[in-house]
Design a protein around this ligand. Structure first.
Ligand SMILES: *Cc1c(COP(=O)(O)O)cnc(C)c1O
Length: 378
């Protein structure tokens, strides 16, 4: 069997182990310490001025705290992009609130401003104004930040920016992770950079950041004994893991370049292939990190389809994966309200994510190219 080619696997830059060893040498084997501080500072520097970063144990934890900071409580409604990973929506339910799902638009694959406004108006008409909007930069592609911001202001509903897949992406030169009222990042093993597991809440003010850290460290009141006036969580990032993140930040831009090269590689391969579209930036305003490169099959591909290509890859030990199955089609969310026109469902049926890691080399690309050529020419 050939070596397995993954969709997206961890890619160390070199310094990660040095910082992890520092943690051991200083015995900072705890959910605080110098690596956590350095990692937060490097994220802050990367994202730009007026960004306030709290390093956490996961992107999911960051979303949960974002909802709490925005006052989401039992019985509330929160709007969420339907086409996303389930972790965007699950924390709404942790809070005892109800998700209201909104469909994607064709070009960015992200939350449709048109369906979003329909959803907001209808929920208000039904008697409940949504408490927040969760918008996602899917596969690293920025959502329509200006349109979503305009609706957020028109109806006075805050935006939680799920930038878990989009560190290194930007819109009109402004970095993803800086657009929401609160933003979140993920450093899970398969993401653009990894801490093996981890995430961050990125706030627009120090109050939100400090409150996030307070909640993430068990909500201890200022007292010598353990005293609590609020429910806390154990959501802080380990100083050992933060050492990995420190090293990863040094290679982030280089790794984004390599992912974008993978996307170019697929654009070349499929340029001549009738009926296949490579997911691309809608205009030069968008800059995607191309965390995952994806393709869609249209109706002119005969007996060739996403599932057939996925199985052909599997035979050669190459991983590919259907696009995110929309949340409104998930068994667990089947009673949740949904506003849309079938765009995300059609993307799910006809799309495929392809191996996209920054650590893939020419040998890997040759194997991928040959499976694709063989599949379409037989
Ligand atoms: C990965 C991911 C998350 C969750 O991040 P974790 O660090 O794995 O908890 C949330 N939203 C999206 C869109 C993701 O891809």
């Amino acid at each position: 069997m050939e070596e397995k080619i993954y969709l997206s696997s961890p890619h160390m830059g070199g310094k990660e182990e040095v910082y992890v060893k520092e943690a051991f040498a200083a015995n900072w084997i705890a959910p605080l310490g110098p690596n956590v501080n350095h990692f937060e500072e490097s994220l802050q520097t990367y994202l730009g001025e007026e960004q306030y970063v709290a390093a956490l144990s996961s992107g999911t934890a960051a979303l949960h705290l974002a909802l709490i900071l925005l006052g989401v409580e039992r019985g509330d409604e929160v709007i969420c992009q339907s086409m996303t990973f389930s972790a965007s929506a699950n924390p709404i339910v942790y809070q005892g609130a109800t998700p209201v799902f909104v469909d994607s638009e064709e070009d960015s694959w992200n939350i449709s401003p048109i369906h979003l406004e329909t959803a907001i108006k209808d929920r208000i008409a039904k008697g409940k104004k949504p408490k927040a909007i969760i918008a996602v930069h899917l596969y690293g592609m920025p959502y329509k930040t200006e349109e979503i911001r305009a609706l957020s202001e028109k109806y006075d509903i805050p935006v939680i920016e799920d930038s878990a897949e989009a560190l290194g992406s930007s819109y009109k030169g402004r970095k993803c992770g800086t657009f929401g009222d609160i933003s979140i990042l993920s450093f899970n093993g398969n993401k653009i950079i990894t801490t093996s597991g981890g995430g961050a809440l990125v706030a627009r003010n120090a109050d939100h950041r400090n409150k996030a850290i307070f909640l993430a460290t068990q909500a201890r009141d200022d007292a010598p004994h353990y005293q609590h006036s609020e429910i806390g969580y154990n959501y802080r990032l380990s100083n050992v893991c933060a050492g990995i993140g420190r090293g990863q930040m040094e290679v982030l831009d280089a790794h984004v370049d390599l992912r974008r090269k993978m996307n170019e590689f697929y654009k070349q391969i499929f340029a001549e292939q009738q009926g296949i579209g490579v997911f691309s930036e809608p205009s030069s305003d968008f800059y995607s990190n191309h965390w995952l490169s994806c393709i869609t099959f249209d109706k002119n591909t005969g007996n060739k389809n996403a599932d057939g290509l996925r199985e052909a890859f599997l035979v050669d030990n190459i991983e590919s994966r259907p696009l995110w199955k929309p949340m409104h089609l998930q068994p667990i969310f089947k009673t949740a309200p949904f506003y849309g026109d079938g765009t995300s469902e059609s993307l799910f049926k006809n799309g495929l994510c392809l191996p996209s890691g920054s650590n893939l080399d020419d040998k890997h690309r040759e194997r991928i190219r040959s499976v694709i050529a063989h599949y379409f020419n037989n």
